[in-house]
Ligand binder design. Structure first.
Ligand SMILES: [Zn+2]
Ligand SMILES: [Zn+2]
Length: 423
């Protein structure tokens, strides 16, 4: 039995990589425009980081993490990162970034790992692009983050975006709201799905975004957080809406948008691309003013988002918004005979030193097969080197599009090709 890739993982072959570069380049560009710098953190971390940073009651932590220890230290538990926010905060604290700058704006992209049941469009190793702003409690930064996500998606050409925003309150106002929710759902407890029965006392807000139809029906008429926000949360939310309005961002209020993670405060948002149906959520994020302290750091208000890169590629593919592959012009050096081979190798190296794509035969192919290969790699110029040419210290350049040929001396060959390729 041949070894196969693990379930829920993907190989990206060269023909797909252009699409990844395309979205990654755009992401880097927009991050630059908004003043974000890239970070890269380890793919695995101390398990405690995610237990504390994400919350032990969340599905991610309780059911979906890849956790392991190594034979040399069975006491130490590691986990493949299921998301990047906790790692970013750990890096922020470990490198004492809070002592060096008042406001930190970071972005990341990379693999995340969760072993929930693989299904269409969901993977066990998946890729996220995300950003974090640490050090500001102003709704200005909440609005900037939302604007950046929307602008990125719009610039890709995605039109039918649905931006949903909510406030999930803060430690001052949420406990009273939680209590109201518990009181609302308690009499209906037996009818809730098993997951929501478990959530009722631990995380009753999550009942509001349960996908189970019965739970959805039972939560009709549930108390809404907007009526329970404290003055500070209410003012923050009103300012956020004013900024979004000023930026021309259309949004919908969704009181059921509660986010799965415990550390979220105030702003929560999700950006959906509606033609994707059940998997329409392309990006989501929110404020997490309590996380840095939760991880033993100084009080640091923060907000971030994450975008599913596979989901984005799916949307772009569906709408035909991925670019045509770019065919770079290249050079093939066709050698006839042993002596010519050495000269051909020298020519290839000279061209590569100029960063011109150059190849020669490495498989002992016939002249005909070499020409066929030159066509396959879309060589725009083929340099032909035979014994006669070599004796005269010359080579023939064949222009593949027109089939025209010219003879040049070996001394000037590289310059001639260089001027042809670079224009
Ligand atoms: Zn509040
Ligand atoms: Zn439920």
């Amino acid at each position: 039995m041949a070894i196969r890739k693990p379930r829920g993982t993907q190989d990206f072959l060269p023909e797909q990589i252009g699409n990844w570069h395309f979205i990654e380049d755009r992401m880097r560009k927009i991050c630059k425009a908004y003043g974000f710098s890239e970070i890269r953190t380890p793919v695995f971390e101390d398990t405690k980081l995610f237990l504390r940073g994400i919350g032990e009651t969340t599905d991610v932590v309780s059911k979906e993490m890849y956790t392991f220890s190594t034979s040399d230290d069975k006491e130490q538990s590691f986990t493949l990162r299921p998301e990047n926010t906790a790692s970013a905060v750990r890096a922020y604290l470990e490198n004492k970034v809070y002592g060096k700058e008042a406001l930190t704006k970071w972005y990341y992209m990379g693999s995340m790992f969760r072993h929930d049941k693989p299904q269409a469009g969901r993977y066990r190793e998946f890729h996220q692009f995300g950003a974090e702003v640490l050090g500001s409690q102003s709704p200005v930064v909440d609005s900037e983050v939302i604007c950046m996500v929307v602008q990125l998606l719009k610039d890709f050409g995605l039109q039918d975006l649905n931006v949903e925003v909510n406030s999930v309150g803060c430690p001052n106002c949420r406990p009273a709201y939680r209590q109201k929710l518990i009181e609302f759902f308690e009499p209906k407890k037996d009818q809730l799905c098993p997951t929501c029965q478990e959530r009722l006392y631990k995380n009753p807000l999550r009942i509001l975004d349960c996908k189970n139809e019965t739970c959805k029906a039972l939560s009709v008429g549930a108390p809404e957080i907007h009526e329970h926000l404290c003055e500070e949360c209410h003012a923050h939310f009103e300012e956020l809406k004013a900024f979004l309005h000023a930026a021309g961002i259309q949004y919908n209020l969704n009181p059921r948008l509660v986010r799965g993670l415990d550390y979220y405060t105030k702003t929560a948002f999700e950006v959906q691309y509606t033609p994707l149906g059940a998997q329409s959520a392309v990006a989501g994020g929110g404020r997490y003013d309590g996380l840095v302290e939760e991880l033993d750091g100084p009080h640091t208000p923060a907000i971030g988002f994450a975008m599913g890169m596979e989901r984005l590629l799916l949307a772009l593919e569906k709408q035909g918004l991925l670019p045509e592959p770019i065919v770079e012009s290249s050079v093939f050096v066709l050698a006839l005979g042993e002596a010519a081979k050495v000269e051909a190798f020298k020519i290839c190296q000279a061209l590569r030193n100029e960063y011109i794509t150059a190849e020669m035969d490495g498989q002992g192919k016939s002249m005909k097969a070499q020409l066929k290969y030159a066509n396959k790699i879309n060589a725009k110029y083929v340099i032909i080197l035979g014994d006669d040419e070599l004796a005269n210290k010359e080579a023939i350049i064949r222009f593949m599009e027109s089939s025209e040929q010219e003879t040049v001396s070996l001394d000037t060959l590289v310059n001639r090709i260089s001027s042809l390729v670079k224009g």
